[in-house]
Ligand binder design. Structure first.
Ligand SMILES: [Zn+2]
Length: 713
């Protein structure tokens, strides 16, 4: 289920551009910097820690190699100084020797490479299911859906026919009442026109699901793209305006008319952007929870027919409603009054066609890709079969998930991930006890929250079923039926108890998330693969990569947002005032630290990325302590190509984030992604990790051993 807070992911979603609007964000990273002049501290000499460990018998050394424990020696740049730029040290040669695929905005050793392996498997499985599904009902369904998607001839023949009913509805808009009726109709189909709408847990009673009215209705990825005036943003705005014009021409409008319509649409969306909250404000739980209920919504936006809306979406008796941005509703209400009906018709026509562009003709998809290209720098569009896999995942996620798990998810990964969660949870418990800045009463509450934190690994406890019709030659109709069914499923949650077993990701997804309203972490099967996790990787390697991911999600329960929710997921202030002051000073330290970093000429937004950065810093610390505990009973200590176990752990972390992105894409992510780019996820995290400086004998004042490390947890 959705939350009014945007889902707290491990990394920005991988799937590109499913909405047919502007590119969805993908995981970030950067190109390598110049090799540092300082000599490497890795290798032989580093095997001996500079600062002697307190007491304890020395264990016998077993020699091994990086390759044998699951790390990539060829990725290293041994000319880089790990204390100045560990990202370069761990990944420099990988960056030098890796080309970004023409159909991708970035290359990455983890997310992108895992996704590629998933694609290969899914491609083979779906092609077979399409040609010869046999008797398996799951394969029959997948094959039928994927097969219709691959049938480009039928898609071309259908043209824009599949969306004619929606366009006919849009043509009826002539005043506020008919605008309301049309928006209602589109929302029931799953088209988020004018505003966003869906279920959310009630922040003050998370056992209940209520309705949420969100801001929305923009075609560009963020309000800033309408409001900023630097040359790059202006160029992107022009690319968008050209796209809008071309889409309307495809919809049958005359070119000169379409051009004027595009200008009107941009002006209208700019007004909507002005009354939208920015991304930092959208991360504030207290700010996005405004339970003004049905009456309050009607008062905030009186020129919209809300009674008609609730009835039209099947919630005639709804009462409990929260609003993300009340000023947005007021602002849009004023726009309803002053905008001419023909501008609304143009706006809705464009959004209906653009929303469905990936389901329609090659011409529309090419136009969509041209816009995507302006934001990502990609040279080529994804192959058709990959787009059809994305679509299958989006419409039939749990059918695809069942087959994926059956074929590709060994039970051992699930057990190992459970063990990691337990070890990391124990590390957090010890960490809470050791915090000098936290008082006893707050510690007790923190322990309570930690103990109540749920985790779900691999796949959901029950699979969703899908009953929408899948026709042989009717791809667009199939996908739209899938979208409508999913919208109905979400709407049906409103007014019911929270379902903690429901997942917001399909099992093959290469990602993870934490839901503060359910105090729950989810790790889909997709992410439990190398380089994050493998049965034959060593404990330091698995914990440095996957363990850090687990620690990251767990720390989300205690980041600047998570800290505002209690053990059962209710927004509640469980902190003693003095401890809270200390916590805020520490999180501010993280904000300031990351605000100094830059990517592709753009400064990082330390306020936007603070939750993810806190989770990274906490995650690495918890994973480190967990790996040490797990290795404590071992009779020997393993040295791999001269690297100690601590060093192996940090290398595993660094190498899980080896990445290289196109500059256009780095700029996009710097504006919209709450995660820092890969280079800073590694270097920023390690600058705040004193144990890293110890492991690599970094001198005080080195970039990754600053005088004041920003440690929150
Ligand atoms: Zn995260």
């Amino acid at each position: 289920m959705r939350s009014a807070l945007s889902m707290i992911l491990l990394a920005a979603a991988l799937a590109a551009c499913g909405s047919g609007k502007t590119p969805a964000a993908q995981p970030a990273p950067p190109t390598g910097g110049e090799p540092a002049a300082a000599p490497p501290t890795g290798g032989e000499e580093a095997a001996a820690p500079a600062e002697p460990k307190p007491a304890g018998p020395t264990k016998p050394v077993t020699n091994s190699s990086l390759a044998a424990i699951g790390l990539d020696p060829a990725a290293l740049d041994r000319t880089a100084d790990p204390c100045e730029d560990f990202f370069q040290f761990a990944c420099g040669n990988w960056i030098k020797n890796t080309q970004i695929a023409p159909d991708k905005p970035l290359a990455m050793r983890s997310f992108v490479d895992i996704q590629d392996r998933n694609y290969e498997y899914e491609h083979e499985m779906l092609e077979k299911a399409m040609k010869d599904p046999g008797k398996d009902p799951l394969l029959q369904k997948l094959g039928a859906y994927y097969g219709a998607c691959m049938d480009e001839a039928s898609i071309e023949k259908a043209g824009l026919k599949p969306i004619q009913p929606m366009l006919a509805q849009v043509a009826k808009v002539k005043d506020a009442k008919s605008l309301s009726a049309t928006v209602t109709y589109l929302q029931a189909q799953g088209v988020n026109a004018l505003f966003g709408f869906g279920p959310t847990e009630d922040f003050v009673d998370a056992t209940k699901v209520i309705a949420n009215i969100d801001q929305g209705g923009l075609g560009l990825p963020d309000r800033d793209y309408y409001l900023k005036d630097d040359a790059k943003v202006k160029a992107l705005r022009q690319a968008y305006t050209d796209y809008v014009t071309a889409v309307l021409v495809e919809a049958g409008h005359k070119p000169d008319v379409a051009k004027q319509e595009a200008a009107d649409i941009l002006a209208l969306e700019t007004e909507m952007a002005k009354v939208s909250k920015d991304r930092v404000a959208m991360r504030d739980p207290k700010g996005v929870y405004n339970k003004i209920d049905r009456d309050g919504v009607a008062k905030a936006m009186p020129h919209f027919d809300w009674n008609g809306f609730w009835k039209g979406v099947g919630l005639a008796n709804v009462k409990d409603v929260t609003v993300t941005a009340p000023d947005f509703l007021t602002g849009v209400d004023a726009l309803i009054v002053k905008t001419k009906p023909e501008v609304w018709r143009s706006y809705l026509t464009f959004h209906v066609v653009a929303d469905s562009a990936p389901l329609l003709t090659k011409k529309l998809q090419d136009l969509n890709f041209k816009l995507e290209q302006a934001f990502t720098g990609q040279a080529e569009q994804k192959a058709r079969w990959k787009r059809c896999i994305d679509s299958t995942d989006s419409s039939l996620g749990d059918v695809l998930g069942q087959v994926f798990v059956r074929d590709r998810f060994p039970g051992a990964s699930k057990t190992a991930a459970e063990d990691q969660v337990k070890a990391i949870s124990a590390a957090m418990s010890a960490d809470i006890d050791s915090l000098p800045w936290m008082d006893a009463a707050t510690k007790e509450k923190a322990h309570k929250k930690l103990q109540a934190m749920a985790y779900q690994i691999g796949y959901p406890s029950k699979w969703r079923t899908y009953s929408f019709k899948i026709g042989k030659n009717t791809y667009a109709a199939n996908a739209m039926a899938g979208r409508k069914a999913e919208t109905q499923r979400l709407i049906a949650k409103i007014g019911k108890p929270t379902d903690r077993e429901d997942w917001q990701m399909s099992a093959p997804t290469v990602n993870a998330y934490y839901n503060p309203n359910q105090n729950k972490m989810v790790f889909p099967a997709g992410i439990l693969q190398p380089p994050f996790y493998a049965v034959d990787h060593s404990i330091p390697a698995n914990l440095g990569a996957m363990g850090m991911v687990v620690g990251h999600e767990l720390t989300h329960g205690f980041d600047d947002q998570g800290a505002q929710f209690d053990d059962v997921g209710n927004m509640k202030d469980w902190w003693q005032p003095e401890t809270q002051k200390q916590f805020k000073a520490r999180t501010q330290c993280v904000v300031d630290q990351y605000s100094k970093y830059e990517i592709a000429g753009v400064k990082l937004n330390g306020a936007l990325t603070q939750g993810e950065n806190i989770a990274d810093i906490g995650g690495i610390k918890l994973a480190l302590n967990a790996y040490r505990t797990l290795r404590a009973p071992a009779k020997d200590t393993i040295v791999a190509d001269g690297f100690t176990e601590d060093q192996q752990f940090f290398l595993a972390f660094g190498q899980a984030w080896c990445a290289k992105a196109r500059p256009e894409y780095e700029q996009l992510l710097a504006s919209v992604d709450p995660h820092s780019p890969a280079r800073w996820r590694v270097n920023g995290t390690l600058s705040a990790t004193p144990d890293f400086a110890k492991a690599f004998s970094c001198k005080i004042g080195a970039k990754l051993r600053p005088r004041n490390a920003c440690v929150v947890w």
